[in-house]
Design a protein around this ligand. Sequence first.
Ligand SMILES: *[C@@H]1O[C@H](CO)[C@@H](O)[C@H](O)[C@H]1NC(C)=O
Ligand SMILES: *[C@@H]1O[C@H](CO)[C@@H](O)[C@H](O)[C@H]1NC(C)=O
Length: 244
Amino acid sequence: MSFSRIPTFVYLLTSLAFLLQTALGAEPLFHFCSDTGNFSAHDPYESNLHKLSGYLSIQAPPSGFGLGSIGQTPNQAYGLALCRGDASSEDCKTCVVEAGGEIRKRCPYNKGGIIWYDNCLFKYSDVEFSGQIDNRNRFYMWNLNNVSEPQAFNEKTKGLLTELANQAYGNPKMYVAGETELYGSEKLYGLTQCTRDLSSGECKKCLDGIIGELPSCCDGKEGGRVVGGSCNFRYEIYPFVNTY
Ligand SMILES: *[C@@H]1O[C@H](CO)[C@@H](O)[C@H](O)[C@H]1NC(C)=O
Ligand SMILES: *[C@@H]1O[C@H](CO)[C@@H](O)[C@H](O)[C@H]1NC(C)=O
């Protein structure tokens, strides 16, 4: 019998990363600092941002979404926090509090920034953005493993995500998770979600846009995500959504 050591090694690394993550709290997936401008220490903008973080960490957890602004022009700060649709209020709160602190460390003097975790997204800016699709801030994640029949798999993925997107934009939470049969006993799992400052029409447009990026993001990959400032999707060949 022969086998490759490499997958075992990768598996161990993955398990170790998972254990570390569980022990030390969640790591951010990604962040961007915006280039709309800087502020200096003790600027009124700084205290507005601080208040905004506090406000969003209270407003978001009950429903999974918070939107608001603090202060007056030219020091007004706008922000939103979105938790993954399956996150409990407690996990949502933990994530939003963490995100608000971490993005301020990573972008200390930027007037805008955005940070993503598995459980939440936190965004702030000196420019009002509510209701507009964020086409600037976006990243991809994918599983390194290739599927054996990429063409059929890609079609299944696109089909599932399109169906979930069509349900999500009409859903009050703008979030839907679901699954579909693959071959044999295997299944494909997915989720789609928008920030709730978008209209349902804009949510659909946002999701259709990122689903159109599947070929660049995740062609033939066992799992993938396109994650933006206004909408995101994820698919995997294993269940990853919490059910309560
Ligand atoms: C903001 O600060 C950064 C880092 O100090 C600097 O590189 C950048 O040029 C500044 N941007 C503006 C718009 O002042
Ligand atoms: C998946 O396919 C890509 C492109 O063909 C290749 O570079 C990569 O090594 C493959 N990944 C694995 C885990 O086999």
